[in-house]
Design a binder for this molecule. Structure first.
Ligand SMILES: [Zn+2]
Length: 157
């Protein structure tokens, strides 16, 4: 018998207790993340970081180019507010950490000037009509939450 096995229904030698915890927490979004959110909040601009060596532009921002490992944290570029849906899903299962009530479309949007997609909510289109290649534009929130949701969603362009 494997002594490391601990089945929930067998409480002879050990048992598993299932519980729930709610812990207050804080998350520092970082120097780059802060600059990214502040540009969304104050200027309604989506910023990316461009690698000068391989010329790839990343969004959300990252400190190092993930292709050639060059440090790119100071090479900010402004991206277009329009782009193309390169992938999507319909979120149907509710969760208290989700940004909105289900169902909704979660898309990966490749903005003009970016080489990586930004994952975000897509609204203003029926689930049956959303498709890869669809042109969308950013809609910015009127009230800030100091999060990625300062870009509220994307909608058909
Ligand atoms: Zn690079």
């Amino acid at each position: 018998m494997n002594t490391m096995t601990c089945k929930k229904e067998d409480t002879t030698h050990c048992f598993v207790f299932e519980g729930k915890m709610a812990l207050p927490n804080q998350y520092f979004v970082g120097r780059l993340g802060s600059k990214f959110i502040i540009a969304l909040r104050d200027r309604k601009k989506v910023m990316g970081l461009k690698c000068p060596k391989c010329e790839k532009t990343f969004v959300p921002p990252r400190e190092y180019c993930h292709i050639c490992q060059t440090k790119i944290d100071e090479n900010w570029v402004e991206l277009g507010s329009e782009g193309e849906v390169v992938n999507y899903t319909i979120v149907r299962y509710p969760g208290r950490h989700l940004p909105k009530k289900v169902p909704y479309i979660l898309g990966q949007i490749k903005l003009e000037g970016a080489d990586t997609p930004l994952t975000h909510i897509v609204e203003g289109v029926d689930f049956k009509d959303v498709h890869v290649g669809m042109r969308v534009k950013a809609v910015f929130a009127e009230k800030t939450t100091h999060t990625l949701l300062d870009l509220d969603h994307f909608e058909p362009a």
